[in-house]
Design a binder for this molecule. Structure first.
Ligand SMILES: *[C@@H]1O[C@H](CO)[C@@H](O)[C@H](O)[C@H]1NC(C)=O
Ligand SMILES: *[C@@H]1O[C@H](CO)[C@@H](O)[C@H](O)[C@H]1NC(C)=O
Ligand SMILES: *[C@@H]1O[C@H](CO)[C@@H](O)[C@H](O)[C@H]1NC(C)=O
Ligand SMILES: *[C@@H]1O[C@H](CO)[C@@H](O)[C@H](O)[C@H]1NC(C)=O
Ligand SMILES: *[C@@H]1O[C@H](CO)[C@@H](O)[C@H](O)[C@H]1NC(C)=O
Length: 862
């Protein structure tokens, strides 16, 4: 373990040298700054550091030593801050441990706040014991939450008057102050006896795990990749030392407790338990990823050295564990073959809900020197039964008939919550200051070292580092950490949305992106823009992504970068491109999106070798994009104006489902506000709303105008601006309106679709364009109306409905007028179409589909 740590640090140090080597060519002040930056970088990338821990004895000014773990819990007045609350001491003659001797009581909403100087995933534990005291703790009822997650709801410790309840969670925490909020029920109060907060070793929980669906839909694979585990909070539900004994917190490096599995066994009489006589060797270092276990994975001799097994193929060992219904759980299974002398002989099946999930024993990633401890993670949704059923069963074709399990952990995904009071949680620069100061001191020492090494390096190595071009001088305002950098970025384009709300859970390490894009290989480039390049990449979990990397150091696009993260981390929608993550490490600004196989809408319209889209496909794409925009305007997070709607910002996935992309220019604001005062006209020439251009008043109707241009583009298959054409034809919007007015719009439509066009569908479509392109924003329809019209045009094209000749072609397509007509039509018989229509009303459950919940759904779908 010690050896591994040294290697780890050495690696970082050589990074430092690399870094210095290039920048030394700039000036010395820069070097200094850089070292400051660097040392803080090193500081934050520490794998596991016992300094990042809090064990708090609540309601007491003195320390208490826990009987079980032997850890000292510090009185709560010394390290953390908390709101005013009374404290109480136990009247009870004996409590299980001195840490339960006292509690802090909160009569109203209150908090405990912990300074965090290392971002990462933490274990947090809350201890409750309703000991007898004048305050009658068993009458307390309260909620406990942390940023974004509700940990306990209407919790009452009634049942824990004699032995304590310890709730354990895994939560990602960012730099600054980490706050537990206690919310008592009316006329009640909250209390807590002890709190633990400490950083997890780096790879103990992976961000991407295998997803298992016991009942996959037809044609679907039961296994998938589930990523984003670390953006969610997990609650430990079960931790079992299968076939062994209870393990107390003192025997576990992370102070976890492990329980017997006996009570969960079904028909366990044939399952034998075994214990290994020697000690279990570890092949993985503390910083290694799975599947091989390391010293933090579990107490190796206690967990991996004991197991339950069976050797008859007609039988199996099944555990049934109570869990919440229909919730995602991270299941961690620990295995170690403590009988065989040779790997690969014992191969067996692992089942969940009687469905085969994994073959155990033939993984090449597992060390083949036995006994080899390893583990697998599976993300599985519990079913309706309220239990997980997990089975191991020998495989009749294996050379050695045996199936076994050594340990089992089940962690439940915690519901996320958006708590408004988190707003007044101040997270200012003060919290960064100590870090920066520390960095300066550390930096000075490092400067000396680095200079020495540099001189040596310059003499011995003339080669420029591979990534040299990535290193750019630091802007003088850049702080010592990514956190301070984030705080600095405030821009007028975001109204009323404090930047601290940025979803830090989406952060992706630069290293992963370098790997994904073959170190930003030019061959991976799939797009270029003013901001920089877009690369195609494949993440470690196999997910295809589009990586948008801004030109390093351009200093441009910072607000756009921020806006995009803000907007996209708040909203998820089928017709909006999903943000997978972002990276602001070093001087990079990188956004990672879901990969859209079919590229941009424009790619399919003109100047292309791709097959021409049919009219129906085009309508469907327009409808999809309109839905996305309508959601931006009116959806749950509402009031977002895209500001750069164009055919290159509408992307298509492999099924030609349209998704709106590029929210860099978008603006958010309260919906009730009629218009926004703009600081500068932004958008793309040819799509720009002339009214907005004149008045600089930005409204949703500007997006409607731009979308009208896109509709024309789709119809005519030509660019919005084509300078080579005769003057009146250069601007598509103007030309289109001119043709429409003259009644010759049909003459300029894309010849490849001319024959397919249903006349009524075309008429509806061209009317929609005309309305979108009205001079006056107030004359333009809303995105909801546009969506409706397009749906209607599609129905007309499908021949599902026939427009009556008397119908006024210029009537506004308000849903209230036309929906009943459509609904009554007999040809609209299939359920899916009816469903489609109701979606078109723009009142789907989309609105309820808020942020993280729908993010979860999307994640699951992947
Ligand atoms: C304490 O509160 C519990 C739950 O409200 C109640 O059942 C019990 O009678 C109370 N005990 C005392 C001593 O007030
Ligand atoms: C407390 O224990 C009782 C009896 O064991 C049980 O019925 C009840 O559900 C428990 N209440 C809570 C809040 O756990
Ligand atoms: C506690 O949480 C529940 C469920 O989220 C909520 O309905 C209730 O209002 C919360 N109570 C307090 C006091 O915040
Ligand atoms: C299973 O193991 C037991 C010894 O524990 C042995 O007696 C029995 O024959 C084995 N059964 C099979 C099918 O290998
Ligand atoms: C395990 O054994 C039980 C009882 O024989 C049986 O009902 C169940 O289907 C078996 N499970 C698997 C996965 O084979």
């Amino acid at each position: 373990m010690i050896v591994a740590e040294i290697v780890h640090h050495r690696h970082q140090f050589s990074m430092a040298i690399h870094h210095q080597f290039y920048t030394v060519q700039h000036s010395l002040p820069l070097l200094l700054l850089l070292v400051i930056q660097l040392s803080s970088l090193q500081f934050h990338s520490h794998g596991y550091d016992l300094q990042n821990k809090y064990f708090i004895n609540c309601g007491s000014s003195s320390n208490a030593k826990d009987t079980e773990s032997g850890k000292t819990y510090v009185g709560d007045s010394s390290q953390v801050s908390y709101s005013k609350g009374s404290k109480t001491e136990s009247n009870q003659s004996s409590v299980p441990s001195p840490i339960y001797q006292s509690a802090r009581i909160f009569p109203s909403q209150s908090f405990y706040e912990f300074p965090i100087d290392t971002a990462g995933t933490y274990i947090i534990r809350l201890h409750f014991l309703a000991f007898t005291s004048p305050s009658n703790l068993s009458s307390a009822t309260f909620n406990v939450s942390v940023p974004n997650f509700m940990l306990l709801q209407n919790f009452t410790p009634k049942n824990y008057t004699k032995s304590p309840l310890v709730k354990e969670y895994y939560v990602k925490i960012s730099l600054g102050k980490f706050r537990f909020t206690f919310d008592p029920l009316r006329f009640s109060f909250a209390f807590v006896n002890a709190i633990e907060v400490f950083l997890l070793p780096r790879f103990l929980i992976a961000n991407s795990v295998t997803g298992f669906d016991p009942q996959p839909a037809i044609g679907q694979n039961s296994l998938s990749t589930y990523s984003g585990v670390l953006t969610r909070a997990l609650e430990t539900k079960h931790r079992l030392n299968v076939g062994g004994n209870n393990i107390t917190s003192s025997a576990d490096l992370l102070w976890r407790t492990w329980f017997l599995d006996d009570t969960y066994l079904i028909d366990g009489q044939n399952a034998k338990s075994s214990q290994y006589s020697g000690s279990i060797p570890l092949t993985a270092g503390p910083d290694d990823d799975g599947p091989n276990a390391n010293s933090y994975t579990a107490p190796e001799n206690d967990v991996y050295g004991t197991a339950r097994w069976i050797n008859v193929t007609s039988e199996n060992i099944t555990w049934s564990l109570p869990v919440d219904k229909n919730v995602n759980h991270l299941i961690r299974l620990h295995f170690c073959d403590i009988w065989s002398i040779q790997a690969d002989l014992t191969i067996f099946g692992m089942y969940i809900y009687d469905q085969f999930a994994l073959l155990i024993g033939d993984d090449r990633n597992v060390s083949n020197k036995l006994p080899a401890p390893y583990y697998y993670d599976l993300m599985v949704q519990s079913d309706n039964s309220g239990f997980f059923r997990i089975t191991v069963k020998p495989n009749s074709s294996a050379k050695v008939l045996r199936a076994f399990l050594n340990g089992l952990e089940i962690m439940q995904m915690v519901d996320s919550s958006d708590l408004s009071y988190l707003e007044d949680h101040s997270n200012g620069n003060t919290s960064v200051l100590p870090v920066v100061l520390g960095s300066v001191l550390g930096g000075l020492v490092l400067v000396a070292l680095v200079v020495i090494v540099l001189v040596w390096r310059l003499k011995t190595n003339k080669q420029k580092p591979v990534e040299g071009s990535d290193w750019l001088p630091i802007p003088a305002t850049a702080g010592g950490s990514s956190h301070s950098r984030t705080s600095r970025l405030t821009d007028g384009t975001i109204q009323g949305s404090p930047l601290r709300n940025i979803n830090l859970g989406l952060k992706v390490p630069l290293q992963d992106l370098q790997l994904a894009t073959k170190n930003f290989d030019e061959k991976q480039i799939i797009g270029k823009g003013g901001f920089g390049n877009v690369y195609k990449g494949v993440l470690k979990n196999g997910m295809k992504v589009a990586v948008k990397r801004s030109e390093p150091g351009s200093g441009q696009g910072l607000p756009e970068f921020q806006t995009e993260i803000m907007v996209l981390s708040k909203i998820r929608h089928r017709h909006l491109v999903s943000l997978i993550g972002y990276c602001d490490e070093r001087y990079e600004m990188i956004l990672v999106y879901e990969y859209m196989d079919k590229g941009t809408l424009r790619d399919h319209l003109y100047n292309t070798k791709l097959p021409s889209l049919t009219w129906k496909q085009r309508l469907e794409i327009c409808i999809g994009a309109a839905r996305g925009l309508q959601y931006l305007h009116k959806g749950a997070s509402g009031g977002i104006i895209h500001r750069d709607v164009k055919s290159t910002n509408i992307l298509l996935d492999e099924n030609l489902v349209a998704k709106v992309a590029d929210f860099g220019l978008s603006r958010t604001g309260p919906l009730d506000q009629h218009s926004y005062v703009s600081t500068g006209v932004k958008g793309t020439f040819g799509y720009l709303d002339p009214e907005y251009f004149r008045s600089q008043q930005l409204t949703e109707k500007s997006d409607v105008y731009s979308f009208g241009v896109v509709l024309l583009e789709v119809l005519c298959a030509r660019p919005a601006i084509e300078p080579s054409l005769p003057r009146e034809q250069v601007n598509l919007a103007e030309w289109g309106i001119l043709c429409k007015n003259k009644g010759i719009l049909e003459d300029i439509i894309d010849p490849t679709i001319k024959g397919q066009l249903d006349q009524n569908s075309f008429r509806k479509f061209s009317e929609t364009i005309e309305k979108c392109l009205q001079e006056d924003g107030s004359d333009r329809p809303t995105m909801g109306d546009v969506l409706w019209d397009l749906e209607y045009a599609l129905q007309l094209q499908r021949g599902a409905i026939h427009r009556e000749p008397h119908e006024d072609s210029s009537s506004s397509a308000s849903a209230s007028l036309q929906l009943p007509n459509v609904r009554r039509l007999p040809s609209l018989s299939t359920l899916s179409e009816v469903d489609d229509m109701s979606i078109a009303m723009g009142d789907r459950s989309d609105t309820a589909d808020d942020s993280v919940f729908s993010q979860l759904k999307i994640d699951e779908a992947r």
